[in-house]
Design a protein around this ligand. Sequence first.
Ligand SMILES: [Zn+2]
Ligand SMILES: [Zn+2]
Length: 101
Amino acid sequence: MKWCYTCNSKQSNDALFCLNCGSSFEARFCPRLHQNPATAQYCGFCGSPDLSRPHKRPRNFRILAIAAVAILTVCASILLVYILVSLGWYFIIAPPQTMLT
Ligand SMILES: [Zn+2]
Ligand SMILES: [Zn+2]
């Protein structure tokens, strides 16, 4: 089964277009059904600008994952600073008193 992300419907595996909203899947098709990459602006075979619109891929999940990793990194670094402060991190960053002695 193929999944149309534009209208969230299941489509049969051999379908070129979504029966529900007319989106093509991982490709764009010109009126002569030449297959082009989803990023194509013109048909690479006949030059037609009249390409089908591909379904919207779910990019939100990737953005959410990147945001979650970024938030976790910030939280981890804040936690690390707290741990270093509680341990007395002036011992780690070359304390001047011990440098003199
Ligand atoms: Zn659809
Ligand atoms: Zn074409």
